[in-house]
Design a protein around this ligand. Structure first.
Ligand SMILES: [Zn+2]
Length: 341
């Protein structure tokens, strides 16, 4: 679940129903009398790796920084390609009229998904033939609709259908979905609230529908808002831009799958807790997502990919002393008052 342009603070402010459900899940995991299915982690020092969508999305999908006029990364490092090699169906949907692979990764041929659903959001009711403004299109401060229905509702409709289809007994295939929402991308910071009711319902559905086959869920943004008066005129807005939202909902089954003799489940739970206070970027998320595909793969994944399994993930013991310089974050994008701390 990818929310373009949403800081951790604005996610908390504008999505109370979603926050309430995440809090319930979190409380369950700390209740000794309960047997929760999920470990909920909030990473409060999740930090941008660059100014806007492009460098951060590239870090998330390729584990690499922006390289202008070149491929974002070698195709075998592209996260959906890694999952495809591991036997997964890959799925992408966004609610703005933009072909993400060609816009942010340059070469569509090497960065494909099995399913990519974008064209529907070019509907003129919403897209206005690409004439986007502060009041029309996917960066609008108005509510966004097609034919009287919220554009995000179409995304959820599709996700329910897709997930149910690939979870039927007849078509029981593992799948990786990247669902992108642009409701955070506007200057008032208010439009995001329109997603709350349906997002909270969707999370409830996904985490309760089949406890024996629970999905691993990330709620992630690339960066906080870089639009409007809060960002333009306040220090708080400038800091929020650098601290996007990141929640990770890890089912117990995933912890079991990726556990090893040197990485026990109780160790991973401890590390998740301490890592919620560690400075991280999308690059750490990339390596965390990657390790799962590598662990479950029955396919012959290239050696260069397999060796990356030793890279640190959010389930490893990350150093609390990490700073912007360590992570390659330029001084001008660093949220820390002292960039070396
Ligand atoms: Zn963005």
């Amino acid at each position: 679940m990818y929310f373009d342009c949403v800081s951790a603070s604005n996610f908390r402010r504008k999505l109370p129903l979603t926050m309430k459900y995440l809090s319930e899940l979190y409380d369950r995991q700390n209740d000794e009398n309960d047997s929760p299915n999920y470990c909920v982690s909030e990473f409060i020092r999740y930090h941008i790796g660059g100014m806007n969508t492009r460098p951060n999305l590239q870090l998330l999908l390729c584990g690499d920084n922006e390289k202008s006029n070149e491929l974002a990364c070698a195709p075998h490092k592209f996260l959906p390609n890694i999952y495809r090699q591991a036997g997964y169906i890959t799925n992408f949907i966004n609610n703005d009229c933009c072909d993400y692979p060609s816009a942010y990764l340059i070469n569509t041929e090497n960065f494909r998904y099995d399913h990519e659903l974008t064209g529907w959001s070019c509907h003129p009711d919403y897209d206005n033939y690409g004439q986007w403004s502060n009041t029309i299109g996917p960066y609008s401060m108005n509510k966004r609709c097609i034919n009287g229905k919220f554009v995000h509702s179409y995304v959820f409709d599709y996700l329910y259908s897709f997930i149910d289809l690939y979870s039927t007994q007849k078509l029981n295939l593992p799948h990786l979905t990247f669902a992108s929402f642009t409701e955070g991308h506007e200057g008032t910071l208010e439009v995001l609230s329109s997603v709350d009711e349906e997002l909270s319902k969707f999370l409830k559905y996904m985490t309760q529908r089949d406890p024996s086959n629970s999905p691993w869920i990330y709620i992630i943004s690339d960066h906080g808002s870089h639009m409007g008066p809060h960002y333009e005129f306040t220090t708080a807005g400038q800091i929020e831009h650098k601290l996007p939202v990141l929640y990770m909902l890890t089912p117990k089954s995933v912890l079991q799958t990726i556990s090893t003799s040197s990485r026990s489940i109780s160790n991973m739970l401890d590390y998740l807790k301490s890592n919620s206070n560690v400075l991280i970027t999308s690059k750490d998320v990339y390596h965390t997502l990657r390790i799962f595909a590598e662990t479950v793969s029955e396919f012959d994944i290239e050696q260069s990919i397999t060796t990356a399994a030793t890279y640190e993930t959010l389930y490893n013991n990350l150093s609390l002393s990490r700073n912007c310089k360590d992570l390659g974050i330029l001084n001008k994008y660093c949220a820390c008052i002292n960039n070396n701390s």
